[in-house]
Design a protein around this ligand. Structure first.
Ligand SMILES: Cc1cc2nc3c(=O)[nH]c(=O)nc-3n(C[C@H](O)[C@H](O)[C@H](O)COP(=O)(O)O)c2cc1C
Length: 184
């Protein structure tokens, strides 16, 4: 059975990020032939075209990690009903130069959590639009999770059976998409 590499991009630079905790819980819902990494985005400088030609090391590291991945999962909060600036910055670095756009044809899934009832739903629409323009193959459907203190149990797993089943369905659909798009 082929091993797949999934890059999980957490769209938060907060140490105690609830999205990082959700991302780690969701990674445990993947089948065993999926390896996961968490590319950093918090050390990327603000995109500046003047840096093209001699890109900072952190940028080269990030874009190489995304380029090498079979698929990307974005797990992000929502900032003012859009995607966090730290994530948009990472996407911008990956989108240039156009001929090296790392997002093109990349199977990508979007999830996220905030304490708000519809938290991340609107932000996800913005992200979907951006990734669509960049040519990513974004999984259809929506998965936004309201964060409550009891979302995760003491092991960091999704505590509620219904929420876990919902997210397992989302993960399973993403796995099927990745397998259908990538050769054995
Ligand atoms: C600048 C800013 C804007 C925010 N805007 C929203 C928002 O539009 N919708 C929402 O549900 N939460 C919003 N929040 C609250 C975040 O959801 C909350 O800080 C959450 O913990 C962020 O996730 P993280 O812990 O993974 O960073 C905002 C927070 C900040 C700092």
């Amino acid at each position: 059975m082929r091993t797949y590499h999934l890059a999980v991009v957490v769209g938060s630079n907060r140490k105690e990020s609830i999205n990082r905790r959700l991302a780690e819980a969701m990674a445990r819902l993947l089948p065993p032939n999926f390896e996961v990494s968490y590319p950093r985005i918090d050390d990327l400088p603000m995109y500046n075209m003047d840096l093209e030609g001699d890109r900072p090391e952190s940028v080269n590291r990030f874009t190489a990690e995304i380029a090498a991945a079979d698929a990307v999962a974005v797990v992000m909060p929502e900032h003012n009903r859009s995607l966090p600036a730290v994530l948009k910055n990472a996407i911008d670095w990956g989108s240039k130069p156009m001929e090296n756009n790392v997002w093109r044809d990349k199977p990508t899934a979007i999830t996220g959590t905030t304490p708000g009832a519809i938290g991340t739903a609107v932000g996800q629409q913005h992200l979907r639009q951006i990734l669509g323009i960049l040519g990513a193959l974004v999984l259809g459907g929506e998965a936004y999770i309201q964060f409550k203190p009891d979302l995760l149990d003491e092991n960091g797993d999704i505590a509620n059976d219904g929420t876990r089943a919902f997210l397992q369905g989302h993960v399973d659909r993403f796995v099927s998409l990745i397998e259908s798009l990538t050769p054995e």
